[in-house]
Write a protein that binds this ligand. Structure first.
Ligand code: 5GP
Ligand code: ZN
Length: 119
C-alpha cells in the first residue's frame, strides 16, 4: 500500500489524524467531512495514495467501481432519504481548477434536507 507522508488523507487512513469513520474495508475508508456542506457529507477514499481522478488507470477501475457502488448504501446508512425523493450528490473534484484542495483522490457524498450550505 503506497502512502504519501505529507498527505492529510494518508494520515487519516493510517490513524495518525483522527476522523469520524463511516465505513472501512481493505481498500476503502469513508469518514465524515470536517466542514460539511450538507446535513450528510462524508468522503470516500482509497487507502492507497492516488493523487486524483486524473491519475487513475484501467487498473483502478474495480476499486472506483466499488466506491461508486458503495456510495448509495452508505448514504442511506448515514441518513439520506431514499431515491427518488431523497438521494444524494456524488462529487469528485479533480485538479485546482476542478476545486480539488486535498490531493488524495476522494469522493464527496452529500445529502439530506435542503437548503445546504453549498452545492
Ligand atoms: P476537495 O476540495 O479537495 O474536493 O475536498 C477536500 C475536503 O476535505 C473538504 O470538504 C474539507 O472539508 C475536507 N477535509 C480537509 N481536511 C480534513 C480533515 O482533516 N478531516 C476531515 N474529516 N476532512 C477534511
Ligand atoms: Zn494520500
Amino acid at each position: 500500500m503506497t502512502h504519501d507522508p505529507n498527505c492529510i488523507f494518508c494520515k487519516i487512513v493510517q490513524g495518525a489524524i483522527p476522523s469520524r469513520k463511516v465505513y472501512e474495508d481493505d481498500e476503502i475508508l469513508a469518514f465524515h467531512d470536517i466542514a460539511p456542506w450538507a446535513p450528510v457529507h462524508f468522503l470516500m477514499v482509497p487507502k492507497q495514495h492516488v493523487p486524483s481522478l486524473a491519475h487513475v488507470s484501467e487498473a483502478h477501475a474495480p476499486l472506483l467501481g466499488r466506491m461508486l457502488a458503495l456510495a448509495p448504501r452508505l448514504a442511506l446508512e448515514q441518513g439520506c432519504q431514499p431515491y427518488p425523493e431523497g438521494g444524494h450528490r456524488v462529487v469528485i473534484n479533480t485538479g485546482v481548477q476542478g476545486g480539488q484542495e486535498v490531493h488524495h483522490l476522494h469522493v464527496h457524498v452529500m445529502g439530506g434536507p435542503r437548503p445546504w450550505a453549498k452545492g
